[in-house]
Design a protein around this ligand. Sequence first.
Ligand SMILES: [Zn+2]
Ligand SMILES: [Zn+2]
Length: 369
Amino acid sequence: MFSTSYLLDKPGGTFRTERIELPSLKRGEILLRTRRVSVCQSDVVIQRVGLPRIKSWPAVILHEVSATVEAVGEGVTKFETGDLVGIGCDIPCGDRACIYCGDEGTGDWTCCPNTQATGHEFAGFARTHAVLPDWFVELGPIMKFPKGFDPDHACQLEPLACCLEGMTRVNNCIANRVVVLIGAGSQSTYALQCAQAMGAGKIILVNRGAERLERVLRDFGDERVVGVRWDENVVERVFSECRPFNEPHFVMMNAPAREGYELSVKLLGYGTVLDAHAGVKGAGGKPRIAHEVDLNNDIHYKLQCLQATHGSSMHGIRMAHELLVGGKLPKLGLMTNASERFGPDQILEAIKRADDKDSLKVIVNFDNL
Ligand SMILES: [Zn+2]
Ligand SMILES: [Zn+2]
């Protein structure tokens, strides 16, 4: 049996295919057939300028995947042939004795110094088939979906999990609260739908460009949702939309830029939780973005909370799975329109499309081989 990989030759490069013969399954391993891969904004950056975490080129990128189990090795009990699964990006380090990722670990594998992720240190899913090692199968973020579940939705398990990690690290800041989302890209569109499902009182979506903002408001808006253009009056406008409160309860910073952080801290008030959700990084590394904190007046007396999550652990993966399987995100399919669907031979076009100003979620369909 053969697998075709779609290899990105170098940062800024193009994809070429390579056919390799698959080894027979060892004990504890599973063979997956890729069904869908959705494009993350990190893939857009990796394609353009690379990433320090990717040490060797060519590389197999793309990590938001749904797949069908094609075969299971001896001793595998968690999965059987024909199962549809979705997979997280952050995975255990592979050391079964690790205090984070091992058999007795806490499961917080993004805290492990040897943390690894699919499409980064571990090969991604721009390939027709993948064999997962025994530790990945036993400990990793692989969730089974019911028969007939849409693989388009299952591949979005991971980005949804990342979003939910950020929204739930601090309790009681979404239900009946005022939620501000900075940026109107895919993480904010997931957050909007999750906030609706979690019973938010009001959701204020802030974006610079009109295209995405209009698309998201049109397709996902309800009576609780308002859009605010990010111009020189943005802080005042957000505060006025928070009424009868003076400031938001939860601010999720989803715009991966210094300006996003500068805006987010201006929105902090009484009891505001800031989720510093979008990391800022590029070929030059991670810039320092400084902000002075008054631990007494702001943190203690105003009950502000500055927090973040990056990536996802089993907590977010399980919660995303529950929302998906429970049908709590009924509009998810609207994040991908006809212009955002590609075949595996069009991965470069798919990544370029994901970089467009109006794009939400690009899906590569591996059933269209
Ligand atoms: Zn992602
Ligand atoms: Zn570890």
